[in-house]
Design a protein around this ligand. Sequence first.
Ligand code: CTP
Length: 472
Amino acid sequence: MDIQLSKEELVIINKVAEAAAGLNRETYLVGGFVRDKILNRRTTDADFVCVGDALELAQLTAAKFSPAPSVEYFKNFGTAHIKINKQFDLEFVGARKESYSRNSRKPDVEPGTVADDQNRRDFTINAMAISLNKNDFGKLIDPFNGIQDLNDKIIRTPLEPVQTFSDDPLRMLRAIRFATQLGFTIEPGTWQGIVDTADRISIISQERITDELNKIIAAAKPSLGFDLLYKSGLLHIIFPKMTELAGAEYIDGYGHKDNFYHTLQVLDNLAEKSDDLWLRWAAILHDIAKPATKKFEDGHGWTFHGHEAVGGRMVPKIFAKLKLPQNEKMRFVKKMVEMHLRPIGLTKENITDSAIRRLLFDAGEDFESLMMLCEADITSKNKQKVKRFLENFQFVRMRCKDVEEKDHIRNWQPPITGEIIMQTFGLSPSKPVGMIKDAVKDAMLDGFIPNEFDAAYQFMLVKGKELGFTPL
Ligand code: CTP
């Protein structure tokens, strides 16, 4: 088998082989490492299967390194892990036969041969093994012709698809994820198996589902995966809100675009410019409230008024349901959804500096992300239109650059803090403190005062007096 291994990988694999020989234990490299090496993809995880006790093999392998890494053992799964140089993850498992009970992911496991172990794997391209045994070291053992499927770019289950998917329904998402990441096609029988087994995805934990979803989103062309998720029926189960975007309605000859495919196009456009998973989530969710805000106005057509604000409010709930983080990542996505129409409003000719300052202030450090999202949101098929819209955004960018150079708004910290206001007027924390603070901020953004401490301080005094307070 002609695969390229780095020096470090060779050293590691030789140590495993030596340990296996020392224990006289049949051992193989299997799964994703073999697949990725043949495809020449970067990988840092290597899985080893041995016939017998995997913990002992892991311990003897670890002892061959200096200093010896610790061995972590997961009794429930019968797997032992070693991390080498904080970089390589080695997993050892005893070859097994297993079948899964109908309503859980918990397998009934019995020891087995390497052939049994290959049978229970998800796809032919993941079921290849490379021998680490003395008599046939380096030999590829490929009972399901995975190498052919790799060459033909095909995802196929080794056994009956429905059995493979029933054993672990997450594999349906994995099939779509691999197809998306590798640009492979799912073999028709395997595809039918997914369609027939789709509802079994409900027994899988949200964390595992979301993990796969994130891998699809992180791929070069995520729309491939979402299209398959939609057509298989899986998306209706794992993320029904997104399927509500699909379809176009017509009344009196007025139609609107299919917002599901529009969203996928935005996602792909964005993926060409940014690897940021959370900005990609913002693309997925930017129009999520269109179904909820859709209205038909006589003589005017379809409107989606307020979908950005309603959509922003939906983000925390969707994140909670999908077990995505409830932290600044979520707040970033919410902010992007809420703001995604703002730059379009500034593409007209006579836009004031004040409006530009407000955009810079509200977008803050996320300004560039917001502009990328807006540019990705242009999905017209009309090349002239696309060109014109992009030029408009270029114009907004230029205005923003000029105003930013002049006024330094983006990382602006209010020069007048609540502390200063309270000390000046002898106030305790209360509503008027916030009102004065906002008034100073608005005066600065509206250009009544320059972005300087002295001017802001004077304005604060005036505003405080207006509200009936006297400086101490
Ligand atoms: N596997 C499986 N069924 C699953 C998960 C994994 O059969 N639900 C098998 C496959 O043979 C897979 C191997 O276990 O190749 C290792 O799994 P994992 O590390 O999760 O995936 P990889 O295939 O290595 O791919 P990736 O690292 O991209 O997830």
